[in-house]
Design a protein around this ligand. Sequence first.
Ligand code: F6R
Length: 603
Amino acid sequence: MCGIIGYVGKMTNIQRVLIDGLKTLEYRGYDSAGLAYVDDGVKIIKCQGKISSLEEKIDESKQGKLGIAHTRWATHGGASDINSHPHRVGSVTLVHNGIIENYIDLKRLLEKEDYVFKTDTDTEVAVALLDYLKRKGLWNNLEVIREFAGYIKGSYAMGIIFDDELDTIYATRKDSPLIVGVGQAANLIASDVSAVLKFTKEYCLLDNYDVVKMTENEVEFYDKDLQNICKEKLEVNWNIEQAEKNGYEHFMLKEIHEEANILRDTINEYVDSLNSFVEKMPDLKKYNKIHIVACGSAMHAGIIGKYLFENQVGIETTVEVASEYRYKKVFYDDKTLVIVISQSGETADTIASLRKAKENNIDTLAIVNVVSSTIAREADQVLYIRAGMEIAVATTKAYVLQVAMLMLINLKMMIERDKITSRELNELLAILKKSPEYVEKVLKEEKKYFDIAEKIYRDNDIFFIGRGIDYAICMEGSLKIKEVSYIHSEAYQAGELKHGTISLIEDHTTVIAVMTDEELSLKTISNIKEVKARGADVILLTKKELDDNYEFVSDKIVLPKVNSYIIPFLAIIPLQLIAYQVARLRGCDIDKPRNLAKSVTVE
Ligand code: F6R
């Protein structure tokens, strides 16, 4: 949700530096972009559209060594040139990620002080407030930022240039991500580390209300009371190549093809031997109730967790959308565990849900990809998935690892509760270790999935049906289709479709049926026949053990014969690849679907 970068250093081609930095953050928002740089005063270039539109407007002959820039996902005020960041009022220039919730009250207050607003944004109010505080003449720039924090309700990560200190970038944050890159030849601020990698692998994290003041040669950190503080330097353990497509046409395709390797990394990290597995996984004996809380695909992964935990461990598990959970009445007891799942670790609603659990003194466990993200830092315990950078806005590889991690948690709980014999356990651990080979096998059938995509890419509607865990897989398959290809899609529990929605099925409506659960397969077949009888073209996704001569399906994808434990993350792969190819054939912007952003840091 909006990406910001600030650079001060030895390079003099500041416009290029900022544009390149923004490109690595474009996944965060891409409806408008802008930059401000210092060259005989502050100059601003900004416009609606992707970063490529901004790139057309820059003049690389203009020199400068300091600047701030922004790529936007509109919240307050539509995507337009004027609403783009940076915003400038009086002697202050600002880029901002987050939402100033009390901006209307602040606007009224500032209008009384003769401020006139030209945009619909909350950010213009924030910068006007900074200018107003500055004009009072009571404080230096650090103190102005401290005073500002006292007025604001909401979230912000901000990069600021004050006209009276044009060699310095100030930055601060509250509840929106911001890191500080510390290099030999440059210092930077950015929404995430990918944007600073070109200049440095060393970075520091900012806590809420921290303020940073940086020049080319120096970085100073202050806490909310403006006490000078030291920050631990962290090092990024991945490289710039991971942020490139490596010959793939899109990041989404590249990331799906990484699934075998990252699964290997993650499983190897947690399962090298039975003893170390038991030690590395958290102790979960004491819990008798689990709340899984997440958004979007991470929530879909959670639903798979629920089926596993309830059926195999026998522990009551609820799965809640974080935006609901944070505001609803929740029934906790001292044996409740809250598991939050988040690729980015920065999703605002998931963070709020985590904090709600903590405020109620409930133990929390996070499944996270981005190291040192807010959720990783705030949860009591963290299990990292090792997906590396996920750049495509639609998640694929992180989802697969989230499911795999839930399987590991499930195993740990089965061990703790004597729900598994040692023979069964060794078998499952062995199959998990071998699972990357099966992922590779499924990926190798890509052409088959692409042929199916060719048949359905002109559809207006695609339905998914399945039962039990298969329904959870359907939800994710359906989300992938709609978010990247813009085809309307719905996922239904196979038995539920006839309670209304079946009226939408007509001749040649595509229905993708997922049927991997042996116990429920006969029921699913009946439901497939119901839609077939109404004219649907059915694509069946099943597994070798359930394969038969089903003359009523138009196409069939058969997963290899393997222990059913790992079927959920195998089953999603064909669906991810079909969604990818459907979007490609429709000419969609696959890595940056319209209206979306990768990291949803607002409510
Ligand atoms: C869909 C997708 C989203 C995310 C959701 C949660 O492809 O990527 O639905 O899963 O926004 O994001 P994280 O996992 O970062 O909390």
